[in-house]
Design a protein around this ligand. Structure first.
Ligand SMILES: Cc1ncc(C[n+]2csc(CCOP(=O)(O)OP(=O)(O)O)c2C)c(N)n1
Length: 344
């Protein structure tokens, strides 16, 4: 397993990033955790719909996304807000989307990120299509797609991996193996020793990375992106990590896993290990920590304010978000819904 920074914050290989960049990404991980915890709190207050927390997965998302160029495509899931934000998706759009408003699924035009996929696995194919299109157009932009261990049991995973390899597209597959697909542990999801080894069957490199190691994730993704840009084809990265919280705010992990396991993973916290490293380098102190937490919390509060200030969508928008001309099914559903909404 590729690792550069141990859980104790010790470098065991050369850092691919200078200390200023590590500080910048540390700050991004802190901001991402604040967003995540804020979202859970908002859901409990009834201000957001069901939310899928990513606490524990910050390094897997921030480290990999930091290696991307601003014109690379990102195609991710409901649990990947930190990665999407790193690639330019605004916090306010993510809040809006989570409140059930379709308009949150559309980032600004210059942000190359697709709306988050709730359908497990289906979005990987879109990522392959985007990088194939770039290849056909002679551009060297790549695409990075994020998915969980559970998604590797979907046929879409096979189709995306096979197509990407046969057509040698510049796709980087980032599997965040966070231990569970809802209540299903990874060892019941697959009989392979690792998910990374599945890459062999498709004829592409597969790398197993400590997903709680910011530097290793940055490094592995940089290597995969360089390969993609050179026209050498796709890579599968397995980021071994852990979902500290529930699957979603509707889930109770106490029903399928031991508290002890969660405590063990807390000791490998992705943010704390970078904090220790920065402290040892003499570039972290509690005053700076308080400052970045204050500033990033204000940014997030302001994003909540912006999302909540958006005027509620009307009935037509709810059914009109997908097609220019609504399908017969959508028209029927809209008519079925109309008396309920008008009766309110
Ligand atoms: C095609 C499909 N089947 C089932 C579901 C219900 N579902 C939502 S999340 C999930 C588990 C996905 O696990 P994993 O891919 O490991 O990602 P994680 O949620 O752990 O990030 C399932 C089965 C779905 N959304 N889409």
């Amino acid at each position: 397993m590729e690792q550069i920074l141990t859980p104790e914050g010790t470098l065991i290989a050369d850092s691919p990033l200078g200390v200023d960049d590590v500080r910048r990404l540390y700050r991004s991980m802190v901001a991402a955790r604040l967003f995540d915890r804020k979202s859970v709190a908002l859901q409990m207050q009834g201000r957001l719909a069901t939310y899928a927390p990513f606490e524990g997965q910050e390094a897997a998302q921030v480290g990999s996304a930091a290696a991307m160029r601003s014109d690379d495509w990102m195609v991710a899931t409901y649990r990947d807000a930190a990665a999407m934000w790193m690639q330019g998706y605004p916090w306010e759009s993510l809040f809006l989307w989570r409140s059930g408003d379709e308009r949150g699924g559309r980032p600004p035009d210059d942000v190359p990120v697709l709306p988050p996929s709730i359908t497990v696995g289906a979005h990987m194919l879109h990522a392959v299509g985007l990088s194939w299109a770039a290849k056909l157009q002679g551009r060297d932009t790549a695409s990075v797609t994020y998915f969980g261990d559970g998604a590797t049991s979907e046929g879409d995973f096979h189709e995306a991996m096979n197509f990407a390899s046969v057509y040698s597209t510049g796709t980087v597959f980032v599997c965040q193996n966070n231990g569970y697909a809802i209540s299903m542990p990874t060892d019941r999801q697959t009989s392979s020793d690792t998910i990374a080894q599945k890459a062999d069957a498709y004829g592409m490199p597969g790398v197993l990375v400590d997903g709680n190691d910011l530097l290793a994730m940055y490094d592995a993704t940089s290597v995969a992106l360089a390969r993609a840009r050179a026209g050498d084809g796709p890579t599968l990265i397995e980021a071994l990590t852990y979902r500290i919280g529930p699957h979603t705010t509707n889930d109770d992990p106490g029903r399928y896993r031991q508290r002890r396991e969660e405590d063990e993973w807390r000791l490998k916290d992705p943010i704390e290990r970078v904090r220790r490293y920065l402290e040892a380098m003499g570039v972290w102190d509690p005053a700076w920590q308080a400052e970045i937490e204050n500033v990033e919390s204000e940014v997030i509060e302001s994003a909540v304010g912006q999302a909540e200030a958006v005027e509620s969508q009307d009935l037509e928008m709810m059914f009109g978000g997908m097609f220019e001309t609504p399908t017969q099914n959508l028209i029927a559903q809209r008519e079925l819904m109309r008396p309920h909404l008008e009766g309110e």
